[in-house]
Design a protein around this ligand. Structure first.
Ligand SMILES: *[C@@H]1O[C@H](CO)[C@@H](O)[C@H](O)[C@H]1NC(C)=O
Ligand SMILES: *[C@@H]1O[C@H](CO)[C@@H](O)[C@H](O)[C@H]1NC(C)=O
Ligand SMILES: *[C@@H]1O[C@H](CO)[C@@H](O)[C@H](O)[C@H]1NC(C)=O
Ligand SMILES: *[C@@H]1O[C@H](CO)[C@@H](O)[C@H](O)[C@H]1NC(C)=O
Ligand SMILES: *[C@@H]1O[C@H](CO)[C@@H](O)[C@H](O)[C@H]1NC(C)=O
Ligand SMILES: *[C@@H]1O[C@H](CO)[C@@H](O)[C@H](O)[C@H]1NC(C)=O
Ligand SMILES: *[C@@H]1O[C@H](CO)[C@@H](O)[C@H](O)[C@H]1NC(C)=O
Ligand SMILES: *[C@@H]1O[C@H](CO)[C@@H](O)[C@H](O)[C@H]1NC(C)=O
Length: 531
């Protein structure tokens, strides 16, 4: 953590020093007032970048880490987010930055021969907007590759029982049933969107990675589910089939944004002409520019302009957007996630799906070529919001704030919320469902740090399957999950979980949430329309 902070500090200093001889010296001073590139407290701004934060293992959500002694790791289901991308065209994301750049360029054109900005904003006189759009970045590809490799060491070697000979990497000869007969090629899924498809390939490249860095695509089949408006049912991009209300979060954030940016606005406006009319949205754009420039270019002048509190509030503005658009604050929150939950249940039951009244497109799920059974692991490449909707469809109370959604008539982020995208959906986020088969005397109270060799106890009498969910490597507490009332330390009997799924489906109210007529314009409490 420390070294990351130091790295950023040095990167900013290096940028200021080397590429901007005309920059105001106040930028370089480590104690720049009222803001600065350094934070004496050790504050790390990258942890306040919400869903734009770099990947790191989550701090923890209240359930103990570790693996249960004596159990077999039977199966793993991965729902994965793409990694570092360029901004989307959303107003509060890429469009806002583009508008700010265009406003500045227009103003500059009208006031030739005049330096427009001064003080800490002096760099704007030579600044250009060079950030791209929508696609996966090179470092995003690297994040996915690393994640696939990490999955190999933690799960793949156990599921495929690599032994000492093949512990270093996947080997096709491992893809066999317990009786030694070859298994079919594993099948994985992705949406058709460029950054998602590329993320899937890079992740799989990391998993199958050969020491010679050969392409691994001959080792697997990839099912690409279209993400085009159609409407096309797609559980990994369920917003395309659910026209219901999905903007309560954006609307809520637009109430909070002018409030939290007030201080920065009056501070920064002083360094621009009055008739530039700096707005709250320009300030938000400048924070976004720090994040995107830092992520895609390796540094940014914008980063040192803001205080710790302003970064915490920036994070909250994005948390609100996602909470109200895709999670418990959204009337379609559960609906957008229930399709994946139903698919997970079907995979656990070894059952194909032949009809749909949710975002599932059953033509993908009614055949074992695209929806295989009993695969050691599944990997579905998707978006951050789908992970959030799945957590909401599961009803995990840990992430729920209150009956009216997240507070927005406040000046600063409430520190007592647990819905923080920095922990939930950084770039490359991973939601993992582990299936363990355990003997009847299993204890989940004290867990081991690692499983060296995966035992085979599948056929043992009295053995029982358990499911556990992890987000970014930290187990999730199951309070609120129907059917898992008896769970302990995050482990729920698979039978119990499956018994609750029909109720979860009811709670999601898919048809009403996606196609019904209900009051909109505000957040809700439980991820479904009030009724
Ligand atoms: C900048 O000028 C162009 C051309 O006149 C115009 O289309 C655009 O809307 C202006 N941008 C802003 C942010 O006002
Ligand atoms: C894969 O495993 C087989 C059997 O252990 C071995 O003969 C072969 O050399 C391995 N291949 C690679 C590329 O490591
Ligand atoms: C090995 O096990 C698989 C899966 O259970 C089965 O389909 C296959 O027929 C078995 N092969 C032999 C030779 O028993
Ligand atoms: C379902 O998927 C098939 C392709 O497998 C496609 O032709 C069809 O349009 C899709 N339907 C919906 C409603 O998504
Ligand atoms: C700022 O507002 C004034 C008054 O409405 C307007 O004339 C001017 O064009 C605005 N400046 C910019 C850069 O939009
Ligand atoms: C697509 O979703 C709708 C539910 O809104 C469902 O009625 C329809 O059968 C689904 N189509 C397919 C091909 O699964
Ligand atoms: C968070 O703190 C606020 C202010 O003290 C309080 O009103 C609210 O109930 C708390 N919410 C949660 C979820 O703890
Ligand atoms: C469960 O029983 C097995 C076999 O008797 C024993 O080796 C193991 O230590 C027991 N585990 C626990 C947690 O008591």
């Amino acid at each position: 953590m420390k070294s990351l902070f130091v790295g950023i500090y040095l990167a900013i200093l290096a940028d200021v020093g080397s590429t901007a001889p005309h920059a105001s010296s106040t930028l370089i001073a480590p104690t720049a007032e009222p803001t600065g590139a350094t934070y004496a407290s050790g504050f790390d701004m990258t942890k306040s970048w919400a869903n734009l934060s770099p990947y790191k293992s989550a701090q923890g959500f209240g359930a103990t880490r570790g693996v249960p002694r004596g159990c077999e790791l039977s199966q793993v289901h991965v729902l994965h987010r793409h990694a570092e991308r360029f901004p989307t065209s959303n107003l509060l994301d890429g469009k806002g930055m583009g508008d700010f750049a265009s406003k500045l360029a227009n103003y500059t054109k009208l006031h030739q021969k005049q330096a427009i900005a001064n003080g800490p904003l002096q760099f704007l006189n030579d600044w250009e907007y060079v950030v791209g759009e929508n696609t996966l970045m090179e470092n995003g590809a690297a994040t996915e590759d690393a994640s696939g490799a990490d999955f190999w060491i933690k799960y793949g070697r156990l599921l495929y029982r690599s032994g000492q000979d093949n512990v270093a990497a996947w080997n096709e000869s491992l893809n066999v049933y317990p009786n030694g007969t070859a298994r079919p090629k594993p099948v994985f899924r992705t949406t058709s969107q460029g950054r998602i498809l590329e993320s899937a390939r890079w992740w799989l490249s990391g998993f199958f990675g050969k020491s010679t860095a050969d392409s691994s695509s001959d080792q697997y089949n990839l099912v690409v589910i279209s993400e085009t408006e159609g409407p096309f049912n797609n559980t990994l991009a369920s917003y395309v089939s659910c026209p219901g209300h999905k903007t309560a979060g954006d609307e809520a954030a637009q109430i909070f944004i002018p409030r939290y940016t007030e201080g920065a606005l009056s501070r920064l406006a002083r360094y621009l002409p009055d008739d530039f009319n700096l707005t709250a949205y320009d300030v938000l754009a400048m924070q976004n520019l720090c994040v995107y420039e830092h992520t895609s270019l390796g540094g940014s002048f914008f980063c040192s302009l803001f205080t710790e509190q302003e970064w915490k509030d920036f994070a909250y503005n994005i948390d609100i957007q996602y909470y109200g658009n895709f999670a418990f604050g959204s009337p379609t929150g559960r609906a957008q996630g229930i399709g994946y939950v139903l698919e997970l249940a079907a995979r656990l039951q070894g059952r194909l799906i032949h009809s749909s009244d949710t975002s599932i497109n059953y033509t993908y799920d009614d055949n074992s070529a695209q929806f295989p059974m009993n695969q050691p692991f599944y990997m579905d490449m998707s978006h951050d919001d789908i992970i959030l909707s799945v957590i909401s469809a599961l009803g995990l109370e840990h992430f729920k704030y209150g009956p009216e959604g997240l507070p927005i008539h406040v000046d600063h982020a409430p520190s007592n919320r647990t819905f923080t995208l920095n922990d939930l959906t950084p770039f490359g986020a991973r939601f993992i469902s582990e299936v363990w088969t355990c003997p009847d005397n299993v204890s989940f109270s004290s867990l081991d740090p690692i499983l060296y060799v995966n035992p085979r106890i599948n056929e043992a009498p009295d053995s029982k399957r358990y499911i556990r969910f992890l987000l970014n490597e930290a187990p999730l507490p199951l309070k609120g999950l129907v059917g898992c009332e008896e769970s302990y330390n995050g482990f729920c009997p698979v039978d119990g979980f499956l018994s609750g799924v029909p109720t979860l489906k009811k709670h999601a109210k898919y048809q009403e949430a996606c196609f019904g007529d209900y009051p909109t314009g505000h957040q809700v409490g439980d991820g479904a329309p009030y009724s």
